[in-house]
Write a protein that binds this ligand. Structure first.
Ligand SMILES: Cc1cc2nc3c(=O)[nH]c(=O)nc-3n(C[C@H](O)[C@H](O)[C@H](O)COP(=O)(O)OP(=O)(O)OC[C@H]3O[C@@H](n4cnc5c(N)ncnc54)[C@H](O)[C@@H]3O)c2cc1C
Length: 331
């Protein structure tokens, strides 16, 4: 194993930060990671991973953590009136509570230093993986885990008047239900998810949730964010750098891919072969090239989907929307 001159600090122990930390530790780099929260914890996320290839998972050394992920091969889209389209997909469903907890254990077992309940400041030697940047965004994300829910497929997407919601199998008989809604369209509180579904005309989905066995600890929500490039410190990965709209199911993949983009430049920095600024510029260039097309396409699609849901649903039902092709553009 080569000797390394420089250590790396990572701010944020979500998917991007932990995967990068593991990748660096596997090569012998000294890594300290600061995570503002504590593990294990649920996160607002649709929990279906789509787009990342095995090469990226192998490069980071995180592939074994997906061994028992649910294999999701079909997706069905609905609106309040019923089915719109069905698609073949190649995705994995996995609980973020489980996945992030596995990754943090792996990171520590590999010799990484993890500080929970801890924040650090940006600066040279620190990779920013602290997730979405707080803004006055107009979205709220809500999620819960359900058992015993009526759910015949692998993945369902439901389009409402105030946003959309997805259901995905995440293993062990559990289904994750997660929605993105415009803020101030429904009451909050314990049943905020069901309230927002009803306000968007998706009462039948709210009824299914109410008839199921919900894990009360899994209910969580997040607000105050927006999509696209984030205003973040210079060396950033994952949502801290750019946030793709959730209907794509590609955010977790991007978190992992961006960690893979940062890995080689950081190894060179750690070995003293390039400066911090050079490592940052290389990582940024790789991420821009990889993500530009999907970010632009997803932004347009999200805008049309949320501003004109009625039109999108009518065209999709009439078979006029090439759903499979459009989803490929955001991978
Ligand atoms: C409603 C919704 C649904 C989604 N559904 C899907 C989906 O189905 N599939 C998919 O692929 N993606 C989905 N995403 C996106 C996905 O959740 C993110 O892209 C992914 O979690 C990004 O990982 P990350 O590591 O960059 O950030 P995060 O997972 O957000 O991790 C960031 C971490 O940094 C910590 N932190 C914050 N500030 C600091 C600080 N100053 N110092 C130290 N630590 C800090 C936080 O506690 C957190 O643990 C969804 C997002 C939303 C909002």
């Amino acid at each position: 194993m080569p000797g390394f001159l420089n250590a790396v600090t990572i701010a944020g122990g979500g998917l991007a930060g932990l995967a990068l930390g593991i990748g660096l530790r596997r090569c012998g780099v000294e890594v300290t990671l600061h995570e503002a929260g504590v593990y294990p914890r649920h996160r607002v996320c649709g929990e279906f991973v789509s787009g990342v290839n095995d090469g990226v998972l192998q490069k980071l050394g995180v592939a074994p953590h997906f061994h028992d992920a649910a294999r999701l091969s079909s997706a069905r889209w609905f609106d309040a009136r019923g089915p719109l389209a069905s698609l073949k997909v190649g995705a994995m469903g996995i609980s973020r509570r489980t996945l992030d907890d596995r990754l943090q254990r792996d990171f520590r077992e590999a010799g990484g230093i993890l500080h929970q309940n801890s924040r650090t400041a940006p600066g040279a030697g620190t990779v920013w993986a602290a997730g979405r940047v707080k803004t006055r965004g107009k979205w709220i994300g809500l999620k819960c885990h359900a058992r015993g829910i009526e759910f015949p497929g692998d993945l369902e997407m439901h389009i409402g008047k105030n946003g959309y919601a997805g259901l995905a199998r995440v293993g062990s008989g559990t289904v994750n239900i997660c929605g993105l809604f415009r803020t101030q369209t429904a009451a909050g509180g314990k049943h905020a998810l069901e309230n927002h579904l009803r306000a968007g005309g998706l009462g039948h989905l709210a009824d299914r949730i109410e008839a199921a066995d919900i894990d009360p600890d899994s209910r969580c929500g997040v607000a105050g964010f927006d999509f696209g490039r984030q205003q973040c410190p210079e060396f950033s990965i994952g949502d801290a750098a750019r946030m793709i709209p959730p209907f794509t199911g590609n955010g977790m993949s991007m978190a992992l891919e961006s960690a893979a983009c940062a890995l080689d430049p950081l190894l060179e920095f750690a070995a003293g072969k390039i400066s911090w600024r050079e490592a940052m510029a290389t990582s940024d260039h790789l991420q821009n090239s990889l993500f530009r097309r999907r970010m632009v396409t997803a932004a347009v699609m999200q805008r049309v989907l949320t501003l004109m849901p009625g039109l999108v649903c009518s065209l999709t039902r009439a078979g006029c929307v090439p759903c499979g092709f459009l989803l490929q553009l955001v991978r």
